[in-house]
Design a binder for this molecule. Sequence first.
Ligand code: AMP
Length: 286
Amino acid sequence: MSVPIVRSVAQLRQIVAAWRGEGVRIAVVPTMGVLHEGHLSLVRAALEKADRVIVTLFVNPKQFNNQADLAAYPSTEDEDAAKLAPLGAHLLYAPDAEEMYPAAFATTVSVSGVSEGLCGAFRPGHFDGVATVVAKLFLQTSADFGFFGEKDFQQLQLVRHMARDLDIPITIVPCPTVREADGLALSSRNVRLSPAERAVAHKLPSVLLGTAERLARGSPVLPTLAEARAAILAAGYREIEYLELRDEADLRPMTSLDRPARLLVAAWLGGTRLIDNVRISGVLTG
Ligand code: AMP
């Protein structure tokens, strides 16, 4: 069994039109490839909910604010397709940049509010790139469901907001973060960690979870966050871009835990930027 691959909007639309004729429900799982268990968990969840699952593979140049990061982003399409086939994914949509952004492409989708602060403050243009490509993927696939990981929590909220604002008839389904045995969130960027860095990387989620528990038990927010920052740096992380408590729904900053919240972090371990987040509520998950 192999998964069919299409590279053009026209081919994709033809297949989707045939599926629509059968009256089936369609899900889309957008990815940038280099698939790991985190991505595959989204595909499995999509297969449970929908009759047809389209996995998209597109390394979106518009969402890289750093050209070196884009150039270093690996491409493993054959391996990715081999991982999708046994799951039963129905289609891999892998357009190239010219297909996605033909000459004279001039439209940007920009979502204010949820895209401000956190990663938005440190990666200028990143969320405009994400919103633009995800809007296109939703319209190209006309999927009924879009599956996104909570690992990229700000992105998840941005996509929800964008679909709602633009009246795109799609239901966004969030999926929990998949972690290594030691707690490190799976990420395509983890392969860039040296063995020494990998050995300490798990301290980021462990500080995050410990801090979330302390906050849930009533520890004062600002001093607790200051201690968490110190612990992340002491663990060997080079720099913390942000460690913030935010309203889970609209990502507004919070200084007291009077409603469901997320604790979100971005930090550099050597030359690798890692992000993570956990939920804070009566029952802790993440
Ligand atoms: P990416 O290929 O990094 O753009 O990610 C594609 C999708 O997979 C996004 O919705 C991510 O949030 C999701 N994802 C990435 N890593 C994980 C993970 N460790 N657990 C769950 N979902 C993930």
